[in-house]
Design a protein around this ligand. Structure first.
Ligand SMILES: [Fe+2]
Ligand SMILES: [Fe+2]
Length: 271
């Protein structure tokens, strides 16, 4: 595991960045909007857990530190993209304020055990999102904006790479299936509801301003069925008491993406 920090140029980035699946692009835009608040939260929770990890599972410390570095890089690059997105969709600002308040509240009001379960839940979803993006939708990404597509390819490849860290830390400090599942369910609902609202908001703006005559509800429904077929069995696996991300093998597209971002500074072209 290592932290890579490629340079991205979002000056020409288009927030309607997956023409073949515009609603999915906006769902990921919703995720991008929350990441500069969620990922610093992950880092703070991990830092709070670190002294106890040093006592009970010191073998995890090295990975924990790389995890924090990767997450810190991710949210900084998403912030740069979000500035472009907010420039075109300024009415997203209240969503940003809302999600910032949520994570401030979690840190202030919830115990470490709860926050670590939330983090583990997020990371479990990240593995699935990574496999979907890097393995299952190449056809949709063929015509995607190269810079935004590269941002997610880099981010989700590293999410897969550090898939075990939050799971192992939670298990070392606060083991238990029910506790882990409560974190996963809360996190999934919290983030899905937020990204769905952002997606609907941005799609409404598109309909009003950009695509008056080109809406394709049939293609959107088809994409949703395809995404559900991919996600549901994987989510069911997370619900199992014996679930562990250690069992997920890194696929070739993820390996290729990690190798690419290790050697390429400026990422303007497709991976
Ligand atoms: Fe991340
Ligand atoms: Fe992560």
């Amino acid at each position: 595991m290592k932290a890579r920090l490629p340079e991205f140029d979002f000056s020409q980035a288009n927030p309607r960045w997956i023409p073949a699946a515009p609603a999915f692009a906006h769902q990921l835009n919703g995720a991008s909007l929350l990441l500069p608040y969620l990922e610093p939260y992950l880092v703070k929770v991990m830092r709070a857990a670190r002294p106890r990890v040093a006592e009970v599972a010191p073998e995890l410390l090295e990975d924990l530190d790389v995890f924090n570095q990767q997450e810190a890089n991710h949210y900084r690059v998403h912030s740069a993209y979000n500035r472009v997105m907010l420039g075109q969709y300024p009415s997203l600002a209240p969503f940003e304020a809302e999600i910032r308040a949520d994570f401030e509240g979690f840190l202030r009001d919830r115990p470490l055990a709860w926050n670590l379960a939330y983090c583990e839940g997020f990371e479990s979803s990240g593995v699935i999102a990574s496999e979907f993006f890097l393995h299952a939708i190449d056809d949709l990404l063929e015509t995607a904006d190269p810079a935004v597509s590269a941002l997610w390819r880099w981010h989700l490849a590293e999410e897969f790479e550090h898939r075990n860290v939050a799971h192992d830390v939670l298990k070392a400090l606060f083991p238990g299936w029910r506790h882990r599942l409560r974190g996963f369910r809360f996190c999934s609902q919290h983030l899905f509801q937020f990204t769905a609202r952002v997606r609907a908001h941005m799609s409404d703006i598109d309909r009003a301003e950009f695509f008056k005559d080109t809406e394709d509800a049939g293609a959107d429904a088809k994409f949703r069925r395809r995404a559900a077929r991919f996600h549901l069995p994987r989510i069911a696996r997370v619900y199992m008491p014996w679930y562990s991300p250690h069992g997920r093998r890194m696929g070739e597209p993820t390996r290729r993406a990690l190798a690419f971002f290790e050697t390429h500074g400026l990422t303007k072209s497709r991976v």
